[in-house]
Design a protein around this ligand. Structure first.
Ligand code: NAX
Length: 328
């Protein structure tokens, strides 16, 4: 077996952290041949809770878990990190304006970006889960000039998985029959889940659905607002499904996507599909040998164009706002 991979998880004592850590330690993040060392980052008040989780991890006697260290200092937590899962963030509270939210998160993701820049391993891969995920990833990335920009990604895999599940349900097929679904844009209510290039049992999904009203009035808003639906039902935000999506995102990035399919990842735009270069926006990507590539050459019709543009506009506004705050 190989040397352990260092996986840093921020917000480790939170609800996603609790759903995530055991799956990482059991080998689901990187595969059954790869031992992992967990490095947990929390704020000082939550270190004790993280220590409790570490006791439980110990009690699982996971063969692949090579150790757990807990930190309240970002510099230490990211020392030697190979995979960084940035989950902890400042949530929006009542009466908070977008500017306040971005500023509060800048106070978290700027120093974490600096710490990654200072201490990460050469092959570091970063996934930002904490919201606003795309812009938090942009903030972290812009404070890590020595790390290739494309290593900073934001999670839209939960949206991707939600869309696959809703589409499969509508068509009465298995989720595994749905391929090439795409989430475009921001991980927010403006995101665009695109079924025009998706396939179901080898046939075009939009043609199989053949119901524009369902698409525009049910499917798209249901996927985009699923987070709120979960909060309403559960009394708490998505946790296990978010952790599952983080596992999927990193697993596929490291191990590759299957032939004939792709996944959605928030990544720094290279200008493809008219998305301004540099913003972190969701695209259809394939992964191979630890690298991702944007799927090129998809025809974008007016219906899709309008929705991609709206979500991208929101991202450029967020970028402009954090620029004004001096965070990027
Ligand atoms: P919790 O509030 O349960 O946990 C967050 C944890 O982060 C807390 O333990 C807190 O102490 C810690 N934390 C805060 N600041 C920190 C810092 N500077 N360094 C280290 N740790 C810090 O939230 P949870 O439900 O786990 O959600 C975490 C984040 O994921 C939230 O921002 C949430 O909005 C976001 N989500 C993103 C999703 C996505 O698809 N991209 C979906 C699920 C989720 O809503």
């Amino acid at each position: 077996t190989q040397a352990p991979v260092n996986v840093t998880v921020t917000g480790a004592a939170g609800q996603i952290g609790y759903a995530l850590l055991f799956r990482i330690a059991s080998g689901q993040l990187l595969g059954q041949d790869t031992p992992v060392k967990l490095r947990l980052l929390e704020i000082p008040q939550a270190v004790k809770a993280a220590e409790g989780t570490a006791l439980e991890l110990e009690d699982c006697a996971f063969p692949l878990l090579a150790g757990v260290d807990i930190f309240d200092d970002a510099k230490q937590a990211f020392e030697g990190v190979n995979v960084a899962l940035l989950v902890g963030a400042r949530p929006r509270t009542k009466g908070m304006e977008r500017g306040d939210l971005l500023e509060a998160n800048g106070g978290i993701f700027k120093p974490q970006g600096e710490a990654i820049n200072a201490g990460a391993a050469d092959d570091v891969k970063v996934l930002v889960v904490g919201n606003p995920a795309n812009t938090n990833a942009l903030i972290a990335q812009s404070h890590a000039p020595d790390v290739p920009a494309e290593r900073f990604t934001a999670m839209t895999r939960l949206d991707h998985n939600r869309a696959i599940a809703q589409l499969a349900k509508k068509l009465g097929v298995a989720v595994s029959d749905v391929k090439k679904l795409t989430i475009w844009g921001n991980h927010s209510a403006t995101q665009y889940p695109d079924i025009f290039h998706a396939e179901v049992g080898g046939k075009n999904a939009a043609e199989a659905v053949n119901d524009k009203a369902w698409l525009a009035d049910e499917f798209i808003p249901r996927v985009a607002k699923r987070g709120a639906e979960i909060i309403e039902a559960r009394g708490a935000s998505s946790a296990a499904s978010a952790a599952n999506a983080a596992i999927d995102h990193v697993y596929d990035w490291v191990n590759g996507t299957p032939d004939g399919d792709w996944v959605s990842m928030g990544i720094p735009s290279d200008g493809s599909y008219g998305v301004p270069e540099g913003i972190i926006s969701s695209f259809p990507v394939t992964c191979k040998n630890g690298k991702y590539e944007i799927v090129q050459g998809l025809q974008i019709d007016d219906f899709s164009r309008e929705r991609i543009d709206a979500s991208v506009r929101e991202l450029t506004e967020e970028r402009d706002a954090v620029k004004q705050l001096g965070l990027v």
